[in-house]
Design a protein around this ligand. Structure first.
Ligand code: NAP
Length: 270
């Protein structure tokens, strides 16, 4: 039974832009009261207004989720003000595109704090309430990079692999409870993530970018089916299983792709 029902509640992190903003509005359109959070109040305000057209009790909080010491209190506040949290979507994250030889220490530490430690702490804060109420789902927005670490994105990919591993074990721990855990891996989605400063250009510029609404569609399908893991688009699951079947073949193919891109002088643009 899906937790996405009219009258239900959802907390979506990183909902001022991109996938999180789209998810928040789409969940509100399903009749869910949605709590959204991010750092930029003015961007959150527009998303909240769109949510409130569907569910007037939706609300927002301006928070920096990389402040780990504040996460437990934020989770408690969100739960108290929403009345419950049936669905937690751990979506907020930062990219990091940099080759290892050029990676600064803060470019290793900051993504692990925001993309891994923060959602783990928020999950811990929200899970007891879900278990007590006998209802809930935690969805972590991973990345195809969690299962197939691309060159130039090792720091980011490691955070998503860690989050995926966390979620996998959590799903098993929760197996016999009414609460479930899931991971949803977007491929390339058209968002501002590719325009953020202090990142090298992306090597994924020849993969078609899907709209953020494709992530909502996948999430609704995943929650309805109860699947632990899903990819957007779904054909990335075949690449992941092909990789698992022949890891060295996959890596040499990826190295060939990188060589060809670099020979072309690509990527030239971010
Ligand atoms: N776009 C893709 O192709 C793609 C592919 C694979 C995975 N993903 C994943 O999808 C999720 C959403 O990414 P997106 O593409 O929608 O990127 P985005 O448009 O850059 O959205 C990121 C969101 O996270 C928030 N955020 C960033 N730092 C934060 C902080 N310290 N505290 C609180 N909120 C913070 C941002 O809001 P503020 O700046 O206002 O704080 C924003 O709302 C991420 O987990 C990303 O890794 C995206």
């Amino acid at each position: 039974m899906t937790v996405v029902t009219a009258g239900g509640t959802a907390l979506v992190t990183g909902a001022s832009t991109g996938i999180g903003a789209q998810l928040a509005v789409d969940l509100a359109a399903q009749g869910m009261t949605v709590g959204i959070c991010a750092r930029r109040a003015e961007r959150l305000a527009g998303v909240l207004e769109a949510c409130r057209r569907h569910t007037p009790a939706s609300r927002s909080w301006t928070v920096d989720l990389s402040d780990l010491d504040a996460i437990a209190a934020f989770g408690a506040r969100a739960e108290a003000e929403l009345g419950s949290i049936d669905l937690l979507v751990n979506n907020a994250a930062m990219p990091k595109r940099r080759f290892v030889t050029a990676l600064r220490d803060d470019e290793i530490d900051d993504p692990i704090r925001l993309n891994y430690l923060s959602p783990v702490r928020l999950t811990k804060a929200v899970l007891p309430g879900m278990l007590a109420r006998g209802k809930g789902a935690v969805v972590c927005i991973g990345s195809v990079a969690a299962r197939m670490s691309p060159p130039g994105e090792t720091s980011y990919s490691a955070t998503k692999a860690a989050l995926t591993a966390f979620c996998e074990g959590l799903a098993v721990e929760l197996w016999d409870t009414p609460v479930s855990a899931h991971v949803l891996h977007p491929g390339i989605i058209a968002t501002e993530l590719f325009d953020l400063p202090d990142n090298d250009p992306s090597y994924a510029d020849d993969i078609e970018a899907l709209p953020a609404s494709a992530v909502t569609e996948a999430l609704l399908e995943q929650l309805a089916s109860g699947a632990f893991e899903a990819y957007v688009p779904s054909w990335f699951a075949d690449i992941a299983s092909g990789k698992a079947a022949n890891l060295d073949g996959y890596l040499s193919g990826a190295a060939e792709y990188l060589r060809a891109k670099q020979a072309d002088g690509d990527p030239g643009e971010s």
